[in-house]
Design a protein around this ligand. Structure first.
Ligand SMILES: [Zn+2]
Length: 1118
């Protein structure tokens, strides 16, 4: 069959499908994995090099009564091209990967148009005109000046958040240093691990989009084109230290010769095998005085078996025992001063986050994570790994607290391990992974189960010769629509299994029909409305001018559908203080026209025609407007602002235009002017630690909740950029942003010189990032469990549907599941997350993610397949929501209690008998105490020094939408000794534990948590290093008011700046840089992030907290 014959766009009725031409798949490795049967995707009826046959999830398909074959039994012997194809696999390095844009339609039977990297670049690159435009406008700007006389960092703790620089591509700005154009090198990475910076791309290896100077080019992480063509490139979510030189294959260190394997590939200390027992200094012989892990003293646990799941299953080892030894726990929390030296538990003997992260990197970073097997625990978020979708959603989309769920609710309750999934439906993928295919079933729409309405997925079981299918979620049998009929092969699998993403992949998209649209009408493209506060403070700080200047160029980089030449998004402009000014920027006008609405009590939009316009058509008028705005308000004396009417105005404008959209509101102060939504200053720090503390997190009026509801109904998403000089009640102002799925950014005491880079980087990324509008998400589950609780930035009008006016690529929704029946080990459990949304071009789509999990009757299996980082993500969100309704102390106690119960249950049911004096932790949860302590010490649950009420509300809101990688580094920051970095390599220095005792006075360190980057300089750092990094001759001359490092031409300076740039790119917000000199007053602030230490406001040290947990566990067991 020739590809050229395939011109129809839909499958013929009842006819075998022509071979789908290989999905534009990257050459998937090609190396057979042990235990994983292979076959290749066909290209033109031939084998697709290197594509491994998806392995249908074991046992996940409910056995149909009418069919003798099942996926699980059938896949082993089935290969459309015969077993011989296995040998044809081509190593990845020789088969260049191709990745289609997400929007590439998947039309079964039609010939896909090969997309080369080059053509993609052309597609995504900004139009030449834009480049010119950009150059022109940037020429007069001073963005990115490396000011060295900045005022002291204000509001340090949480300064303005920030976002990944527009590495997102296609936008290149002067000075910011982080706007990286797409380069021709965005193809797959060479499989070199020595590169160190995972996914790094060589800088400058392609054609820069603009001729502008690109100062600090980011050494890697050029972003992939997203489905909108300008996707952000925050990927990888976390990476870090270089991978150690390859460790091919899952290394399975054998601790003991006897017994079943007990160590797991990913949690093994590199040098000496990890002990299965660690004792405290005063208990157990092997310990005292030892630094480093003691030798194993604990025999492997009977009953631990190798997982049967296949090549990538981790064999979770037995618990690790930590000598409980520490008598009592007198020091927890409150005792002043360190415990007497003899009683001190050696910090090196307790579980180290750094070690766990490094072990996972070495053990799991070198092999792709293939999703064909049910219930596989993915590598940690801190490990850089490649994902191959073979039937389950990538962990970049969904991560679970456990991949093995207890069969009964009794077991689940006993363990107290929450069953939750952290879902990031529109996550950005690294360049070498394939974006979800878009499947178009034409007017009939996606095939769904008649009863539960689940979407066609790899776990549906076709029966009766392919005429019907049994639902994997509810077991209902549904007729296969005639146009979707396909014959089954002798194993019961549809012949077109590999031709259809929805049958063979974990994630894919369907083009939605009109039935999925509001009012049964296809949506119009969305609109962006920019709403700028022009009150006195905003004008005086230079903010208004900055925003207007930036918008002139930024408007050329609105999100675009991959194949579109220009964005379909229309734009509108409003300025406001106590009144609102609307602007008519219709293309036929010579000058923009302003219309003032001073009656803010009943907001309306004074003009419809000419308010929302196409950027290219109205370019001249828009530029003129943006030039004039700063001048018009230059002499304003108006200090008061309104806020509610601003959102109302945006909402009304979108309603009138009958479209969804996003409001970008730039706001400076508490809205005290007379208007709906007027607020009063009710900040009161005295409420901290009282029963009324919760009111600080609650909105002071229900006005904004009601407004949010209206916004969601219209698909009006609100992004909020705040520039406060004092309290402005984030808890109330943030409500609409929060409930519409928007983003909030805060730049306290905004100063042009110090903060503009951060703000502009955030703004650029926020405007450009991939976002879906009018989104509704539902999570379906197989019988036995159901979604019961949801955390994130959204609105819910019923108990099942998560509604978001907008959902961008950074937002996550955490879903908790509870049992409503018994589960079975054979069937396992299935999740299907379906997100209905409108793309940036106005296309209605469904994105589907499927995930199959194992079920267990033994608690040990649960504990062996947990993911602590995800657990912490859930627990933090749970606690952060709890503070809205309960005293903070109650929330903290509940967290501690739940974790003690989790660990006590393990000790009681899974650990071998041992002395009560020993603390025994499950291998997969050995970091639970240290991470939990970090959550307890976080500013929301235990406010640190100088943390404002607004900071706490802000952090609370941010964390609620964070993914697992973000919560991981937020709660346990990354600390890098940069003086130990190898200036000749791209690699990062190995991270160290967050404790003051790990810092050397002679070294310089970077500490990042996703919001801030600290540069800590020891008092004894060599003068040469100081000269090289800061350009001054001595420690005392280093200015701690710097917010950027000077650009100096020496290897050390370049290395440190490149590390900072790299960290910036990995985060979804541009981090604030703060220089901290040892023994300087700012060090107090820095020390708050040394989370293993006792905190100045009473937070326990890791050692003390571990002892406290031990005590709690013992109490539960006695
Ligand atoms: Zn069903």
């Amino acid at each position: 069959m020739s590809v050229n014959q395939q011109t129809h766009t839909g499958p013929p009725y009842g006819q075998p499908q022509p071979g789908y031409q290989g999905y534009q798949q990257p050459a998937y490795g090609g190396q057979p994995l042990p235990g994983v049967p292979h076959s290749q995707y066909g290209v033109y009826n031939g084998p697709m090099p290197g594509y491994q046959q998806p392995v249908p999830p074991q046992g996940s398909v409910r056995a149909p009564s009418t069919s003798g074959t099942s996926l699980s039994s059938g896949h082993l012997g089935y290969s459309p091209f015969g077993q011989g194809d296995v040998q044809n696999g081509i190593p990845a390095s020789t088969a260049p990967m191709q990745r289609p844009p997400a929007s590439q339609p998947f039309l079964p039977g039609s010939a896909p148009v090969p997309v080369s990297q080059t053509s993609m670049l052309q597609q995504y690159g900004p139009p030449p005109a834009s480049v010119q435009q950009l150059s022109n406008h940037m020429a007069g700007m001073t963005i990115g000046s490396t000011s060295t006389s900045a005022p002291p960092p204000a509001g340090l703790g949480y300064g303005p958040p920030t976002s990944v620089p527009p590495v997102s591509g296609s936008f290149s700005a002067t000075g910011s240093g982080l706007y990286t154009p797409y380069t021709a090198s965005q193809g797959p990475l060479p499989p070199s691990v020595s590169q160190g910076l995972p996914l790094a791309q060589p800088p400058f290896s392609g054609q820069p989009v603009s001729t502008q100077r690109l100062p600090t080019q980011v050494p890697g992480f050029a972003s992939p084109p997203s489905s909108t063509g300008i996707g952000p490139s925050s990927y990888p979510p976390t990476t870090g230290a270089p991978r150690p030189p390859t460790m091919p294959g899952p290394p399975l260190p054998v601790q003991t010769a006897a017994g079943p394997p007990t160590s797991q590939p990913n949690h093994v200390s590199s040098p000496p095998p990890p002990p299965s027992t660690l004792s405290g200094p005063y208990q157990g012989p092997p310990m005292s005085g030892l630094r480093g892990p003691p030798p194993p003293t604990h025999p492997p646990q009977p009953g631990y078996q190798m997982q049967q799941n296949g090549s990538f299953e981790q064999v979770r080892g037995p618990q690790t025992n930590y000598g409980g030894a520490y008598p009592g726990t007198p020091n927890y929390g409150s005792q002043p001063g360190p415990p007497p030296p003899p009683k001190r538990l050696d910090p090196d003997s307790i579980p180290s986050p750094i070690q766990v992260i490094e072990d996972d990197r070495s053990n799991r970073g070198s092999e792709p994570f293939v999703t064909g097997v049910r219930g596989q625990v993915p590598p940690l978020v801190t490990t850089n790994f490649l994902v191959k979708d073979q039937g389950n959603a990538s962990p970049r989309y969904i991560r679970c607290t456990s991949y093995n769920i207890p069969c009964t609710s009794d077991m689940a309750k006993q363990s107290q391990v929450p069953l939750a999934a952290v879902i990031k439906p529109l996550a950005t993928l690294p360049p070498d992974e394939t974006l979800p295919y878009l499947v178009d079933h034409g007017e009939s729409g996606p095939v769904r189960c008649n009863r539960c309405k689940a979407y066609m997925c790899p776990f549906m079981q076709f029966i009766e010769g392919g005429r019907r299918f049994q639902c994997c979620f509810c077991s209902c049998v549904t007729e296969v629509p005639p146009h979707y009929f396909q014959h089954l092969d002798h194993t019961g699998k549809r012949v077109d299994f590999y031709d259809r993403p929805e049958l063979s992949l974990g994630s894919y998209e369907f083009l939605a029909t009109v039935d999925y649209c509001k009012n049964n009408k296809f949506p119009s493209p969305p609109a962006f409305i920019f709403m700028i506060d022009v009150s006195y403070n905003a004008v005086k700080s230079g903010l208004v001018r900055l925003i207007c200047e930036e918008l002139k160029s930024l408007l050329d980089y609105l999100p675009r559908e991959g194949n579109m030449e220009e964005s379909a998004i229309r734009v509108g402009f409003v300025t406001y203080n106590k009144v609102l000014h609307f602007y008519n920027v219709k293309s036929s006008l010579a000058q923009p026209q302003m219309m003032v609405v001073s009656d803010v009590a009943d907001m309306f939009v004074p003009l419809l025609d000419g308010f929302l316009v196409n950027v290219n058509e109205s370019r001249t008028v828009i530029i003129s407007l943006l030039d004039q705005i700063p001048e018009m308000f230059a002499d304003t004396r108006e200090t008061e602002t309104v806020f509610g009417p601003v959102i109302q105005a945006g909402l009304e404008a979108l309603k009138a235009a009958e479209c969804a959209g996003k409001l970008f509101i730039f706001h400076t102060s508490l809205p005290i002017a007379e208007a709906p939504g007027k607020l009063k200053n009710r900040d009161d720090k005295k409420l901290i630690n009282t029963d009324k503390e919760k009111t600080l997190f609650q909105p002071q009026t229900s006005f904004y909740n009601n407004l949010a509801k209206d916004c969601v109904a219209q698909g009006c998403c609100v992004d909020l950029f705040l520039f406060p000089n004092q309290y402005l009640d984030v808890a109330t102002l943030g409500i609409v942003t929060y409930q519409t799925g928007g983003s909030i950014y805060k730049y306290a005491y905004f100063q042009l010189e110090t903060d503009q880079d951060r703000f502009l980087n955030d703004l650029r990324r926020d405007v450009q990032k991939e976002v879906g509008f009018d989104a509704v998400m539902r999570v379906r589950t197989s019988t036995g469990i159901r979604a019961t609780d949801f955390f994130g930035a959204f609105f819910m009008s019923n108990t099942t549907d998560v509604e978001m006016a907008g959902l961008d690529c950074d937002k996550t929704i955490t879903v908790e599941f509870k049992h409503d029946d018994k589960l079975s080990e054979d069937s396992g459990a299935l999740l299907q997350c379906a997100l209905l949304y409108t793309s940036c071009a106005g296309q209605r789509r469904l994105r589907i993610h499927n995930l199959s999990l194992n079920c267990c009757t033994q608690l040990a299996d649960l504990y062996r397949n947990c993911e602590t980082d995800t657990l912490i993500n859930y627990l933090a969100k749970y606690a952060y929501r709890g503070v809205l309704n309960s005293p903070v102390k109650t929330v903290r106690d509940a967290l501690i209690n739940q974790c003690a119960q989790i660990l006590a249950c393990y000790r009681k049911n899974c650990a071998s008998p041992s002395s009560a004096g020993q603390l025994i932790l499950p291998e997969c949860m050995k970091l639970l105490p240290v991470y939990l302590n970090c959550v307890l010490k976080s500013d929301v649950l235990q406010p640190g020094l100088e943390v404002t009420t607004d900071d706490r509300a802000y952090i609370r809101q941010l964390v609620t939408s964070m993914d697992v990688a973000e919560t991981n580094v937020f709660f346990y920051p990354r600390l890098l000794p940069v003086t130990k970095a190898d200036v000749d390599s791209d690699s990062l220095p190995a991270a160290i534990r967050n404790s003051e005792e790990r810092l050397s006075k002679g070294d310089i360190y970077l500490l990042e948590n996703g919001l801030n980057i600290f540069v800590w300089v020891g008092v004894n750092v060599q003068q040469g290093l100081i000269q090289n990094l800061f350009g001054v001759s001595s420690f005392s001359q280093i200015s701690s008011t710097l917010n950027t490092l000077p650009v100096l031409e020496n290897p050390f300076s370049k290395k440190v700046r490149s590390i900072i740039d790299m960290l910036q790119v990995q985060r979804s917000r541009y981090m604030k840089l703060i220089i901290v000199k040892q023994e300087d007053k700012l060090e107090m602030l820095f020390k708050q992030f040394l989370v293993e230490d006792k905190s100045l406001t009473g937070g326990a040290s890791y050692v003390d907290f571990l002892c406290h947990m031990h005590k709690e566990i013992r109490q539960l067991l006695s």
